[in-house]
Design a protein around this ligand. Structure first.
Ligand code: B12
Ligand code: SF4
Length: 528
């Protein structure tokens, strides 16, 4: 049987990184079946397109995975596939919580023939065999022989054959530049950010987050050896292609068990498996100097920190009181001393936020080492404690907000400001943090560093700027370059000065600079 695994586009931009679930399920598919992958972010497709694809490729089963914000598109695509007579199985965080919606048991139309609840590592092979026999069941739950919920241990993690997977659709280097860039240094013909997981689960239970409910508070880790081997495989592929590969450790909280993280990072260093990597780590875990040393030594370049708010009352409200705004600056300094920078994520529209929350946040951000601040709005995702609290209080203004996805739009009324005021705070945050003045300030704050670092922070910022100010067209780029011409001239002038790059080897520039799309996707992230 031929199987198509499809991930809908996020509706706003091209994504920057493929989704891990597709590669994982492909690797877990029983032999004798062929699996094709289509990520709508990289290969845009509409309803007619997917129906045609299914017919042209003689597909016998379509698997669709989606987060809440892509679910409306996922349902439309599923409907189009089912209209061709091919069954659809859906999985992922949204349908796990809203299985009745997907199966049409809540009074709405049916979109999926089957739903895989929770982690599907163990159920996927069963789903495939049932589908091949034409005996798909409605619901697949990960349970053991006694009917108890069971979670994969991750000790027996499948080998994802990165050396042979077709990754063309995920190359971030424009095709026209590939030939030339292959010749630069170790080669820049391709640049991909690859998702790798080293563990699952987070016990913290922040009120807005689905992770503790979905993966459980039992944390599970892969063996160090299996992670190290995966990195070595990725590095080898990048070398053969004369390209670059960076890794996004997608663990919700990469250092949730500090001892284990240190041991993994030591093993990565010992095996020569260092590569440039990004990971999500909560601020409280970055107090440990030795951990931060190991992060830098193993290739860690950007740490995504869910700061959420600088107001302890807000943090307490969302059960994230372990975040201590008073130590944010020290944490960021500790990272910056090792040339590791942070993507700092803030949420507005929290219950204690009042007008001016964005400026108050920025006042602090300006005093920190340069990084990539990102701003989102508090979003009640289905089945989270936040959703339940707001529902009970009658505060949801769009209880089924996923049926019509609107970027940067609230679905409930904040307590101390209006919805419009909350939207204005997010707009202000992006506009100020990525203004030409803010970009120049970020670059100048690294004046004591080699030029490479300043170029890097400038490029990262300019790409992230595209998150909020759409920069997809050529004219938009021209405008941005014009607005930032002073900073650009300054960097270029310095580049021509003898010795300006000394101390900044070419590899420094290999820091994964997230694209505008990356930023957009990360932008509304609130993990860790
Ligand atoms: C990496 C990641 C991202 C990346 C991008 C996604 C990518 N390219 O990988 C970044 C950082 C950009 C990102 C951004 C966002 N993310 Co995010 N992200 C994650 C994260 C940390 C890991 C995803 C992952 O690969 N997990 C590991 C794989 C193995 O797990 P999985 O995807 O769930 O797949 C398993 C099962 O669900 C199931 N399954 C999944 N799909 C399918 C399909 C079929 C057919 C079957 C059978 C089974 C199946 O089988 C898999 C194996 O067991 C998760 C949290 C988490 N730990 O999962 C959040 C998570 C998915 N993100 C989430 C959210 C909300 C977002 C944002 C909307 C942020 C926000 N707060 O507003 C943005 C928007 C993204 C966008 N524009 O597209 C939520 C989604 C919740 C929901 N109900 O939708 C999660 C769960 C975290 C959270 N805070 O609650 N994210
Ligand atoms: S937001 Fe981060 S720290 Fe909080 S529960 Fe989710 S994954 Fe854990």
């Amino acid at each position: 049987m031929k199987i198509l695994l499809y991930n809908p586009d996020n509706g706003v931009t091209r994504n920057f990184m493929p989704h891990l679930w597709m590669f994982l399920l492909q690797a877990l598919t029983p032999s004798g079946h062929e699996v094709l992958l289509v990520d709508g972010n990289a290969q845009p497709m509409d309803e007619a397109g997917i129906a045609q694809f299914v017919r042209d490729n003689n597909i016998g089963l379509v698997g669709i995975g989606a987060m809440t914000r892509m679910i409306a598109k996922a349902y439309r695509m599923a409907d189009a596939v089912r209209a061709t007579g091919v069954p659809v199985v859906m999985g992922g965080p949204h349908v796990t919580e809203m299985a009745d919606e997907a199966l049409g048991r809540d009074g709405g139309p049916r979109h999926a023939d089957a739903v895989a609840l929770g982690e599907a590592d163990a159920t996927w092979p069963r789903i495939v065999e049932d589908a091949a026999r034409g005996e798909l069941k409605d619901v697949y739950s990960p349970v053991d022989a006694f009917g108890q919920e069971s979670k994969p241990s991750l000790k027996e993690y499948p080998v994802i054959p990165w050396q042979s997977i077709d990754l063309k659709q995920f190359n971030l280097v424009p095709k026209a530049a590939t030939g030339l860039l292959q010749k630069i240094g170790e080669g820049w013909g391709s640049f991909r950010i690859i998702p790798v997981e080293s563990g699952r689960g987070c016990p913290y239970g922040c009120e807005f987050c689905t992770v503790t409910g979905f993966f459980g508070d039992s944390i599970r880790f892969r063996t160090n050896e299996s992670v190290v081997n995966e990195l070595l495989l990725l590095k080898a592929r990048a070398r053969t292609e004369k390209g670059q590969m960076a890794v996004f450790f997608i663990d919700d909280n990469f250092a949730i068990n500090i001892k284990r993280t240190k041991s993994l990072l030591r093993d990565i260093i010992a095996a020569g498996a260092q590569c440039h990597w990004v990971a999500q780590i909560s601020a409280n875990l970055l107090r440990d100097e030795e951990l931060v040393d190991l992060i830098a030594a193993s290739g860690g370049k950007w740490i995504f920190i869910g700061m959420e708010s600088i107001d302890p009352a807000n943090l307490k409200d969302v059960n994230k009181g372990f975040n201590k705004p008073g130590e944010y600056a020290a944490v960021l300094e500790r990272l910056a001393e090792r040339n590791v920078y942070a993507i700092t994520s803030f949420i507005f529209g929290m219950d204690n936020d009042t007008v001016g929350a964005a400026e108050r946040t920025l006042e602090q951000v300006r005093t920190w080492p340069p990084g990539l601040p990102i701003f989102g709005l508090l979003t009640p995702l289905p089945a989270t404690p936040l959703y339940k609290r707001l529902e009970k209080a009658g505060r949801l203004t769009r209880p089924k907000h996923w049926q019509e996805f609107i970027p940067f739009a609230m679905a409930h009324t904040p307590l101390k400001m209006t919805i419009e005021e909350a939207h204005a705070e997010v707009n202000y945050g992006w506009a100020q943090a990525y203004s030409p003045e803010a970009l120049a300030h970020a670059v100048e704050s690294l004046n004591d560093q080699p030029l490479g670092y300043r170029v890097n922070i400038f490029l990262a910022r300019i790409c992230f700027r595209g998150i909020y100010f759409p920069m997809m067209g050529k004219m938009a780029w021209v405008k941005v370059i014009a607005q930032n011409r002073r900073t650009i001239f300054k960097l270029v002038r310095e580049g021509f000065k003898a010795g300006a790059w000394r101390g900044a080897p070419a590899r420094v520039l290999a820091v994964p600079v997230p694209s505008a799309e990356a930023g957009e996707a990360i932008a509304q992230g609130a993990e860790s």
